[in-house]
Design a protein around this ligand. Sequence first.
Ligand SMILES: NC(=O)NC(O)C(=O)O
Length: 282
Amino acid sequence: MKLLRYGAPGQERPGLSHDDGTIRDLAGIVPDIAGETLGAAGLAALRALDPDSLPIVAGSPRIGPCVGSVGKFICVGLNYADHARETGKAPPEEPILFMKATTAISGPFDEVEIPRGSAKTDWEVELGVVIGTRAKYVAEDEALAHVAGYCLVNDVSERAFQSERGGQWTKGKSHDTFGPIGPWLVTRDEIADPQALSIWLEVDGIRRQDGSTRTMIFGVAKLVSYISQFMTLQPGDIIATGTPPGVGLGHKPPIFLAPGQTMRLGIDGLGVQTQRTVEARL
Ligand SMILES: NC(=O)NC(O)C(=O)O
């Protein structure tokens, strides 16, 4: 199933992307694509529905972030050896974790703000993992059972705020609009192998990232298990699993985003996002 949320920011309604190209409204069935709905029983109940019986959503509404009420947005740094190299770092021996503020979450086609004072705003296409059931101290071979599905993430990053302003990476990862997720939460049964997906990103039509989740250092099962040793994962938490090479910082000389540019990114089976960059708003 491809689950989505549509409507104005903050007022999104749950929906389903039907094979016939329409969006079907799920508002009469579930309160949101969030929390308990993402557990095995919740998803089974949605799967049992006949999509043809659901109301068609008229027009072309805005598509919002594909998961609501996200509790934690956990990111994995330098999880592709070739990306670690392009940033001048050694590949990590254990996963590097950092958090992105949940206020950074935005829709897949929403504008991305260039923060005030930014000269180094960068792109990062990533595979997002959406947690479906509580996970604490889970073993690697049990980990995928806690995953509701996958989504496309752009881990937009301000490199000076991230690395030149002291402390951790959080400052550079958390500006409003720095976390487009969606268009869909694609349930786990539809992605046969999360470690065999093409992953790419273009800026103004130029392919900048072109990789495969096959080259992740730590795969999805390992990451879910690993993170669950340090914090309890809850339904609706999102893990962004790291980016392949080709970020602006990795170019020689580096290239960064300015207002008026367009990012387009995608992952096999998870859809495509497009964002125009704009100056920061209040
Ligand atoms: N350099 C940097 O920010 N890296 C990442 O976020 C990543 O590897 O995904």
